[in-house]
Write a protein that binds this ligand. Structure first.
Ligand SMILES: CSC[C@H]1O[C@H](OP(=O)(O)O)[C@H](O)[C@@H]1O
Length: 370
């Protein structure tokens, strides 16, 4: 997508061929900062500290992280260490495991001397495949938005967290249909869930949509149900970090509550995902590991000082009593029964094992379940 009119991606190889450059998403929306990753350790930290986040982008960053490791040491031991250290960064997004398995399968058969070049090529291919898949998701999702369009008012779409181009290599998943509808001249308006506690909606999705000129309104997470009751939401589109073979959807904490409110108000609830986000090995979402993040993300908020002596400084501010503990599960699981459809690069699947296999028949032998 574009930033101030310039094509931009959240990750790209540098011209000198020695590093990748990422957008530091922890500093948006206040600062747009690019960070150079030259080592495995820097790539792992960027994922763990959420300078890059979002399932597809985590996968692409991990793939490049393997390349950065093998540039220095292309032995079997180095490949193993790289895959293990990157796999340990975050537990929930399946794209991380998928990308590392792909890189390991690509590189293991090769002589050490050929591995760095092959790793760079495969990481680049994983990135470009993500772009193509997300564009296709947008095409299929565009059809859903078109069906809801009517004269005199925009299609009102609610989204949660950031499943935008910042969460992928480009286009986003949930936002790809929104961008393509906007670009096609279909009036859309997006209700942007702030998405406590890290506020990826307020700080990332809103920033993306503003950059692209898409009308949007940031809302408190707790406002979505009310807006649905008032008839102000025509559909919801969210992303996912892992969707299991039966169509259960693991996504940012709070997604499940939006799905419940959508069901109660007959609002179509769609999930957009590229197929590497499907975990065929799990028959349901019960077994998905839910990341427990630092309680400080709940007890504090980070914001920019607007006036006074430290103008422009981003500071943590405590919003809870010192003595109050906090819990911070980062994801929840929305059961398939609450999902209207899964928007994939091959089309829209019913949220079920057979619905997914109808689009991905080649996965039948791998798909857990009956
Ligand atoms: C297209 S994946 C987006 C997905 O990832 C986010 O999680 P995080 O920011 O913690 O990596 C969130 O669940 C989004 O829906």
């Amino acid at each position: 997508m574009k930033v101030k009119g310039q094509p931009m991606r959240p990750i790209r190889a540098t011209q000198d061929g020695r590093a990748v450059e990422i957008i530091d998403q922890t500093r948006l929306p206040h600062d747009f900062a690019l960070v150079r990753l030259e080592t495995l350790e820097e790539a792992a930290l960027a994922i763990r500290a959420m300078l890059v986040r979002g399932a597809p982008l985590i996968g692409a960053t991990a793939a490049y992280g393997v390349w950065l490791a093998l540039r220095r040491d292309a032995t079997d031991e180095a490949l193993d260490k790289a895959c293990q250290s990157l796999a340990a960064t975050r537990p929930t997004a399946i794209n991380l495991r998928w990308a590392l398995e792909d890189m390991r399968a690509t590189l293991t058969p090769l002589p050490a001397a050929e591995r760095a070049a092959a790793a760079f090529a495969r990481a680049g291919a994983i990135a470009e495949e993500d772009v193509a898949m997300n564009h296709a998701i947008g095409r299929h999702g565009l059809g859903l938005i078109e069906k809801l369009a009517r004269p005199g008012r925009p299609v009102n779409i609610l989204t949660h967290c950031n499943a935008g181009w910042l969460a992928t290599v480009d286009w986003g998943t949930a936002t790809s249909p929104i961008y393509q509808a906007h670009d096609a001249g279909i009036p859309v308006h997006v209700w942007v869930d702030e998405t406590r506690p890290r506020n990826q909606g307020a700080s990332l999705t809103a920033w993306e949509l503003a950059n692209h000129g898409v009308p949007h309104t940031v809302i408190a997470d707790n406002a979505g149900g009310h807006l649905m009751q008032q008839g102000e939401v025509d559909m919801a589109i969210v992303g996912t970090d892992r969707t299991t073979a039966n169509g259960d959807v693991c996504n940012k904490i709070g997604t499940y509550l939006k799905a419940l409110a959508a069901r109660d108000n007959d609002v179509p609830f769609y999930v957009a995902l590229p197929s590497p986000t499907i975990d065929w090995s799990l028959a349901s979402g019960d077994a998905i590991p839910i990341e427990q993040r630092d309680a400080r993300e709940v007890t504090h908020v980070w914001g920019r000082v607007e006036e006074g002596s430290e103008e422009g400084v981003v500071l943590p501010v405590r919003v809870t009593p010192e003595e109050s503990p906090a819990a911070n599960p980062a994801f929840d699981v929305t059961p398939a029964r609450l999902v209207t459809g899964l928007i994939t690069e091959r089309g829209i699947a019913e949220p079920s094992r057979e619905g997914l296999l109808a689009l991905f028949p080649e996965m039948r032998l791998k798909a857990a379940g009956e």
